[in-house]
Design a protein around this ligand. Sequence first.
Ligand SMILES: Nc1nc2c(c(=O)[nH]1)N[C@H]1C(S)=C(S)[C@@H](COP(=O)(O)OP(=O)(O)OC[C@H]3O[C@@H](n4cnc5c(=O)[nH]c(N)nc54)[C@H](O)[C@@H]3O)O[C@H]1N2
Ligand SMILES: Nc1nc2c(c(=O)[nH]1)N[C@H]1C(S)=C(S)[C@@H](COP(=O)(O)OP(=O)(O)OC[C@H]3O[C@@H](n4cnc5c(=O)[nH]c(N)nc54)[C@H](O)[C@@H]3O)O[C@H]1N2
Ligand code: SF4
Ligand SMILES: [Mo]
Length: 698
Amino acid sequence: MAAPTMIPLHQTRAAATHCPYCALQCGMSVTAPTPGAGGPAIVDPRQFPTNRGGLCQKGWSAGALLDHPERLTTPLLHGTPVDWDRALEYVVDRLAALRSEHGPDSVAVFGSGGLTNEKAYLLGKFARVALGTSQIDYNGRFCMSSAAAAGNRAFGMDRGLPFPVTDLDDAEVVVLAGANVAETMPPLLSHLRGARQVVIDPRYSATARQAVEAGGLHLRPAPGTDLALALGMLHIAVAEGYLDHDYLAARTSGVDAAWRAAAQWWPERAERVTGVSVADQRAVVRMLASARRRYLLTARGVEQHARGVDTVTAWINLSLALGMPGTRGSGFGTITGQGNGQGGREHGQKADQLPGYRRIDDPDARAHVAAVWGVDPASLPGPGRSAVELLDALGRDGGPRAMLVFGSNPVVSAPDARAVAERLESLDLLVVADLFVSETASMADVVLPVAQWAEEEGTMTNLEGRVLRRRRAMPPPPGVRTDLDVLAGLADRLGTAPQGAFPTDPETVFDELRAASAGGPADYSGISYARLDDGDELYWPCPSTDHPGTPRVFLDRFAHPDGLARLVAVDHSGPAEDLDQDHPLWATTGRVLAHYQSGTQTRRVDELAATEPESFVEVHPDTAARAGLADGAWARVISRRGVAVAVVRYTAGIRPDTVFLPFHFAAGQSANLLTNPALDPISRMPEFKVSAVRLEPA
Ligand SMILES: Nc1nc2c(c(=O)[nH]1)N[C@H]1C(S)=C(S)[C@@H](COP(=O)(O)OP(=O)(O)OC[C@H]3O[C@@H](n4cnc5c(=O)[nH]c(N)nc54)[C@H](O)[C@@H]3O)O[C@H]1N2
Ligand SMILES: Nc1nc2c(c(=O)[nH]1)N[C@H]1C(S)=C(S)[C@@H](COP(=O)(O)OP(=O)(O)OC[C@H]3O[C@@H](n4cnc5c(=O)[nH]c(N)nc54)[C@H](O)[C@@H]3O)O[C@H]1N2
Ligand code: SF4
Ligand SMILES: [Mo]
């Protein structure tokens, strides 16, 4: 006789939600500790198309964030615990004084692609309506801005992947340019197994290794030279007759101008500049041209440059020349990074933007959004400064004198970090809402403890443009409020916004977001909590409640008014700074598997901190030997901006002229002490991926 099936108690109370970290938004179930019994929350992987039941080490260990002993549970005023009323009143008194003395633009807001759609939306509204400031931008400027600008320019719309990741399952060839997905989104590899992969990276990264071991290719350009590489490959495509003329005629414009620019980039010239052999360039063009189902994907390695937009454009041009984007089974995409990196760039926390991916300088957009907000369109400020420019203006003449930070740790993650710390110190008021005392929070006048991921409801838009429900598994610890509560508490006390303009219920906020986005490029009006909870798979645009959403956006037409994709003529010019005798090496920066971003969260998870306890610098053994550096020794890495210390890691697979540092570490180990704040002229993306350095024993 069968015993009745026992369902473990924790499974009955599990919330079906998603990982707190990256844009893959792997499915997981979170089970709160049994009331009274205590103990940690339990994280189980959950079947979801992006991760298929897999999680990376960070996802598995994410439960440790919830009951972490260093969790903030009370507001801090100049380091001293105070109650919420005192903290909020202090902030509002200071803000009111600054606003009346120096005007609304004296207050800045800094947001994040880690925030839910609801928070990102309400933060943008808070800046424009409650503060009346134009000075809002966010950390996505450091992340997706070059990809977004290139996508808008070429396709008329910025949806990172214009197709679901499961489309990659059937690919024959996938080219990954500047993407180390084996460390940054490990479960994504399960979608690439059937394809021959080409990895373009100055390092023999974990992604390059698995590709080569499976019969793929690794191309190793010098940092900052992808533009020349893509031009050389377009040259080969034209010269060897691989252009898809029917596709180009039917679906694109601009091929002649793009070719005139690429004509001067014969592959031998590209080889001299990039170090990638003509044979390898040709092999990749042939692989792409002869496969039927092929994808070209970029990530931060090619985007975080002072010429990031043109570099992505060059890769898009190649994919268009070969007839890939907007066809079934093939495509071009950029891999969005932060958990809500896609939604975070749509709902109005960008300096130049209103919800629905509308432009803040467009009169119709202003009228539409002002009507939803119940304010006069003329009262909405215009565009403000981009993130790096905003940070650089803090405390200076004509710049903001106060800043409110939600979901970012710029003193670790912004370029030229020493200068950023100096600017933050010069402020009259710094307010940080966070889960922990991050390095930025430790400089703040006021720190506000907020709820996280498994403690609140909301939505996220993943790398596919798919809207997901984040569900609450447990209440926040006593004393902790949600970001929505914080915004409402500040707005109420400021008394500058219409009554009720800042709801604290996430679903109410989402319904307002839907109305504000209606008719915009990123139209969410047909998406509702009810539909998502019923299991609908909804990708934007989704303009009505009976609309099925749009998993593949460009199959029939691109989003420019003429329906065509645009090739844009671009030329190579190289990194913003040069090597010299004192700085003979290129330093590039990026990620390791165990840590997330500025490390506020993952450096606090024991298991992850044990895996990667400190910063390191990957160096070719010959280069290290010349600098007198043994494997495992501490080195000083010196750029024109500053010095960072890191443990030398001998790495035979890296270019001898290049070193690599992760940016997850703080204080003297921060890679951003070295980086160059030079900006892309279009996206205002800083050049995280190339600076000139030398190495010395520490
Ligand atoms: N483990 C982990 N995963 C993450 C994150 C994290 O912090 N940790 N963050 C998330 C976020 S926000 C993002 S944006 C994504 C980023 O995901 P990725 O873009 O995959 O990560 P990165 O390590 O920044 O850069 C990728 C690769 O670019 C290479 N690279 C450097 N310079 C160049 C160049 O000039 N040309 C080329 N072709 N390649 C170059 C680097 O060597 C690196 O291996 O990851 C997401 N996932
Ligand atoms: N050198 C170098 N620098 C880089 C990069 C690089 O490749 N190289 N990459 C850049 C990229 S792509 C990115 S995306 C940035 C990211 O860098 P940051 O903007 O610093 O992002 P995080 O480290 O994720 O910071 C998130 C902070 O918000 C807190 N937090 C988490 N959830 C919430 C929430 O719901 N509400 C609130 N209020 N707070 C929350 C976390 O505890 C943490 O302190 O770094 C950039 N910096
Ligand atoms: S790949 Fe990204 S979303 Fe998935 S478990 Fe790891 S950090 Fe979380
Ligand atoms: Mo990012």
